[in-house]
Every structure is written in structure tokens, then in C-alpha cells.
Design a protein around this ligand. Structure first.
Ligand code: MSP
Length: 579
């Protein structure tokens, strides 16, 4: 269900829509041909959801029996989501995978709404941490990262990530973009030469002030910091405090969740110090174009990756289409870099600021953050081997709220897998399909009861839609699991096996018809979290293509599973795991 407000007047309506009304039809004319204007952004706000720069209208859509009041977007508006780029000095662990899976679920969800999604992840390959790791192994930094970056790239097939790009900061495209970006700041006068003396933590690749250091150690890693003195270029961060505060006052949604925004505001209000953005003490980095004796400090190189990937410096039209990023999904450890340094650098370079930096909490193991020193790192493949990519994704998105810290335990993972995936989801799918194959000739029946599952479907759709606007994955997919529960309860209540035994074919068909229709919507709405099982279920329902090809909100409307489609039982989608 796509309206292209730019081309059609009156708007074109796809056939399967019975009726569509724009809340204010005047906007259709008003919007045509205009992009990225302040008016459009305000209009999107007014509509209350999905603050987009391209045409969005509040609309009432009636499909079959159900009326949705929702958002109709013009075709393919851009949506840009990123993960941090990970340090490949070590193997990926489930903490890295956690961020990537969350960003992926968001990317998949936005694609269902018809957005043209760019989803970026990658590796951060310069800096002292990598140079030292290479020295320890007696190889060049390039050899090290060529080898270890692969482990992060492999997360894509392992976890069914749908990233559209994978960036490495040692690529030529990135060197060129960093040089152009830093040159732009230098030319505008916000980079100056100075001398730096301070305490440095190599693991963080960050300087700390004396009051931040705990007993001579880094406050995050608990390892000794080093005193460093060198001539550096400084980025004039101190000039940006007021502008940042103004920006965050005008855009409270720009740092989420709220607690993280308060943390950022508190940090800015304490006063911002200029930061040293170049190094002469190491060579493993991007040379500054105006003074190649210096290489860019790893963070002033790394953050620019978000711009490199969409054509900064080489393809302005592409860059303007996707920038500013809709979401930088990050862990709370790197909030300052993303919510203070990065927006200031962007202002200095004359670019727009990201729409939202969302910082989630840490994944803890036995109460501690995973780290090489604590030797408590779990490689994602260890869990995928047992639970599958879907089981992995489901666990990390649903078991804990996305925002606060959460403790990982294998036992809890087995328990939740068995309860939610093997029992609720798996049983619901297999009992409905088994009965429909046996009682309805392995075809979607003609009859429908249009019973309580109609309302349950609307509730699931509205629940997930509202929750994912706040990246509340547990609530959002929880709403879909409520529909699974409702389907199971409906079966208990109507006992189709008894209806069948009593020879009431029409009633049996009507009850199972509703359950099959609910399964269609479940496959659709669960596809961002369990894409493989959702595809499989889609196929068993006799549907063409995959849930990914569907478009919301129309596809979530009740009553679209065509009678007569061939059904298939298939093996258990989530076999039980013995703990
Ligand atoms: N290279 C920088 C980021 C540069 S972005 C321009 C970096 N890399 S990192 O390898 O240390 O990865 C950091 C990110 O990985 C965190 O922000 C977080 O998203 C994720 N996580 C790493 N450990 C984690 C946990 N224990 N728990 C949850 N997420 C974790 O910092």
C-alpha cells in the first residue's frame, strides 16, 4: 500500500485497498515535489509518528473488515541506521552481536514500511590499540586487521543481518572521506595546533582528566593509564557547548533513552574542553591532509565512517539522500563520542546532526562487562550453534529491555527459547497447520469466523508499531507473542478437533481459517526478529515470496490469506532444547 504523492493527483491506490482517505487532502498538493523542507518535517511531527523528512500523511485505511488509522508514506523514503564500527583487535563477542541484531531488527522493520534502508556496520581499524595488538603478534597492523575484520564480517550470515554495507576504516574510500571532512573543519577554523599532556587509556583510545582516573586506572577498563605529551591539533569543542545545548533542547528525541540524554546534558553543562584530534606518536592512521606528519586520532577518523559510507566527498546527491542518519545505535560506553564530539564535528564541518543516538546498556556475564581480561567473552557462534540465528536474535531482543544493562545466562536463554519459541510459537504453528492439513484437505479453508483474533491482530500491530518507535523491542515483539497466545487460547476455547469430529466442516474451517490468518500476520510481524522461521512459516501457509516483501500497514490488515492456498505441515520450527 504505497501512495506516491509526488506523482499522482489524485493519489494512486493499490487494488487491495478498499478505501483510503487523507486526513487533509490539501497536503497532497502541498507536498508534491518538495523534499527536506522544514514544513515537511513539521507535518510529519504533526502526524505523530515516524518523523521523516519526506511526505507522510495521517490516513485512514480500510482493508477488508479492519480499519487502520496510520501513516501512509510516499514511496521509499530513505532510512539510515548504523552500528558502531567494532575494534577488530579481538574476536567478536555477544556484546557486539547485540548491537548489530538490534540495528538489524530496526532496519527490517523499516523495510516493511517501505523505506529505502541503508544499514551500515563495519570495523574500526586504526589507532594505538590495533598497532600494539599487531606488534604483540609480530605482524603489520594491516595484516592483523585483514585477518580479524573477517570475523566481524562473518556476523552477517551468522546472525542473518541485513546490512547493506560493511565499512573498514582502512579502505581508500574512508581515507579520502576523513581527509575531506577534517579539511572542511580546518578550513572553517575549528582545528588549531597546540600541545597536549594528559593521561591516556589505550583500550578506550581516549584521554582522561585526573579526576576521572580511579587509583591510576582507567574508569572503564580498570587498567593503568599512560602519561602522554605531544604536539597535537585540537578540535575546538569548547565553542560548541551552547549550540549543543540548544540543539538538544529543540530535539529532545536526539539522544535516547531519556536517562542517557540527561547524562549528555550534564556532561556538556560541566564545560567542554577542546580535544586533541591528531597524533604524531603513531603512524597507523589517516594522515592529515594539511600536515601529513600527523595522523587523525582514531575517534576523529572512526566517526566519519557514517558519512563515508553514503558518499561523503564523492557523491553529494547520495549523501544528501541519506544524511542525517536516523539512528546511530550504540552501547552506552561510547555515548560521549556520539552525542558530544560527533555532533560538534558535524556542526564544524557544516553538516546536519544525526536524528537519534540510541545508547543501550551493557550485556553482562555473571554481573561483569565482557572483556578480554575478564576472559568472559562468548562468541556468538557458540550460541547460534545451539539456538540458531533466530533463537539468538529473539533472546537478545526480547529477554531484556533495550536500554538498561542486562545479565546474560545460558539457563535463562534455554528457558525462554523453550517457552516462547518451541512452545508458544512453534506449537501454535504446528498445531494449526497439522489440523488444517488433516481437517481441511491441506488447503486454506473458504470459511472464516472473523472472531476474537481480528481484534487481537489489530492490538498486535498497534503494539509493535508503537513500541518500535522507541526501539522497545521487548514490548514490540511481546505484542506479537500476545497474538500467538490469543491464537492458542482461541484453539483451546473452540476445540476444532471436536467440531471436526461432530462433522461440522464449516465451523472447523472457520476456526482454522482465523488461526491461519493470524499465523500469516504473526509471520509478518515477527519477521524482523526471527526472519528464517518467519519465511518458513510463510511458505508453509502457501504464500508466495517472503514476509520481507510485504508492506505495512496494509499487509497487517485482517483477511488476506486466500482460500485454497496449499498448506504444509513441516518439521518443528524450533525444536525443544534440553537444558
Ligand atoms: N570502535 C569503537 C566504536 C567506533 S564507532 C564510530 C568501539 N568499538 S568496540 O569494539 O569496543 O565496540 C563497541 C560497541 O560494541 C559498544 O558501543 C556496544 O555497542 C558493543 N558492545 C561491546 N561490548 C558490549 C557489551 N558487553 N554489551 C553490550 N554491548 C557491547 O568502541
Amino acid at each position: 500500500m504505497i501512495l506516491d504523492l509526488r506523482e499522482d493527483d489524485p493519489p494512486r491506490v493499490d487494488e487491495d485497498l478498499d478505501e483510503i482517505t487523507l486526513a487533509d487532502p490539501e497536503h497532497a498538493t502541498h507536498l508534491r515535489g518538495q523534499h527536506h523542507s522544514a514544513e515537511l518535517i513539521d507535518l510529519a511531527r504533526h502526524a505523530g509518528r515516524f518523523q521523516r523528512a519526506l511526505p507522510i500523511e495521517r490516513a485512514e485505511v480500510r482493508v477488508g473488515l479492519v480499519q487502520f488509522v496510520g501513516i501512509v508514506g510516499a514511496m521509499s523514503h530513505p532510512f539510515y541506521v548504523t552500528t558502531p564500527i567494532y575494534y577488530p583487535n579481538d574476536l567478536p563477542h555477544i556484546g557486539h552481536a547485540y548491537t548489530s541484531v538490534a540495528a538489524d531488527a530496526l532496519a527490517r522493520w523499516r523495510r516493511l514500511w517501505g523505506d529505502d534502508v541503508v544499514f551500515l556496520t563495519g570495523t574500526d581499524e586504526h589507532g594505538l590499540k590495533i598497532q600494539r595488538a599487531a606488534q604483540e603478534q609480530g605482524i603489520s597492523p594491516q595484516e592483523l586487521v585483514d585477518r580479524t575484520s573477517e570475523g566481524f564480517r562473518d556476523l552477517t550470515p551468522l546472525l542473518e543481518l541485513s546490512n547493506t554495507d560493511f565499512i573498514r576504516t582502512t579502505e581508500a574510500r574512508h581515507t579520502a572521506a576523513v581527509q575531506a571532512f577534517l579539511q572542511a573543519i580546518y578550513d572553517r577554523g575549528d582545528i588549531e595546533l597546540g600541545t597536549y599532556e594528559g593521561m591516556y587509556c589505550v583500550a578506550c583510545e581516549a584521554y582522561y582528566t585526573d579526576d576521572e582516573i580511579v587509583d591510576g586506572n582507567c574508569p572503564i577498563h580498570g587498567r593503568p593509564v599512560e602519561r602522554v605529551t605531544e604536539e597535537n591539533y585540537f578540535f575546538k569543542l569548547s565553542r560548541y557547548a551552547d549550540r549543543l545545548l540548544e540543539h538538544y533542547a529543540a530535539h529532545p528525541e536526539a539522544v535516547q533513552p531519556d536517562g542517557r540524554r540527561n547524562e549528555v546534558l550534564g556532561f556538556i553543562r560541566e564545560g567542554l574542553r577542546d580535544f586533541s584530534m591528531s597524533r604524531t606518536s603513531l603512524t597507523w592512521g589517516v594522515p592529515l591532509p594539511w600536515d601529513p606528519e600527523h595522523v587523525a586520532y582514531v575517534w576523529s577518523d572512526a566517526l566519519v565512517n557514517y558519512c563515508t559510507a553514503i558518499g561523503y566527498g564523492v557523491d553529494r546527491a547520495r549523501f544528501d539522500r541519506y544524511w542525517p542518519a536516523d539512528y546511530h545505535v550504540i552501547g552506552k560506553d561510547i555515548l560521549r563520542f556520539h552525542a558530544v564530539y560527533w555532533p560538534s564535528m558535524l556542526m564544524a564541518a557544516g553538516e546536519a546532526l544525526p536524528r537519534c543516538v540510541f545508547a543501550h546498556g551493557w550485556l553482562l556475564v555473571g554481573g561483569d562487562k565482557m572483556s578480554k581480561t575478564a576472559a568472559n567473552q562468548i562468541h556468538p557462534s557458540e550460541l547460534v550453534a545451539q539456538f540458531g540465528a533466530d533463537g539468538f536474535r529473539y533472546h537478545f531482543l526480547v529477554d531484556q529491555r533495550f536500554g538498561p544493562d542486562g545479565d546474560f545466562s545460558f539457563e535463562a536463554m534455554v528457558a525462554r527459547y523453550n517457552a516462547d519459541l518451541a512452545n508458544n510459537f512453534g506449537n501454535c504453528a504446528s498445531r494449526v497447520l497439522n489440523m488444517a492439513v488433516s481437517y481441511c484437505d491441506a488447503k486454506v479453508p473458504d470459511e472464516r469466523e472473523d472472531g476474537p483474533l481480528v481484534a487481537a491482530t489489530v492490538a498486535a500491530f498497534e503494539g509493535i508499531t508503537t513500541a518500535l518507535e522507541r526501539l522497545a523491542f521487548a514490548d514490540g515483539f511481546g505484542a506479537v507473542w500476545e497474538l500467538i497466545r490469543a491464537t492458542n487460547s482461541y484453539i483451546e476455547d473452540r476445540e476444532p478437533w471436536k467440531l471436526h469430529k461432530a462433522g461440522d466442516g464449516a465451523a472447523t474451517g472457520a476456526v482454522l481459517g482465523d488461526c491461519l490468518e493470524a499465523l500469516r500476520v504473526i509471520a509478518l510481524l515477527a519477521s524482523p526478529v526471527i526472519p528464517a522461521a518467519a519465511r518458513q512459516l510463510w511458505r508453509r501457509l502457501g504464500l508466495e515470496g517472503a514476509p520481507e516483501d510485504q508492506r505495512l500497514p496494509a499487509a497487517a490488515a485482517w483477511g488476506q490469506l486466500a482460500p485454497g492456498l496449499p498448506l504444509e505441515k513441516g518439521a518443528a520450527l524450533f525444536p525443544r532444547i534440553d537444558s
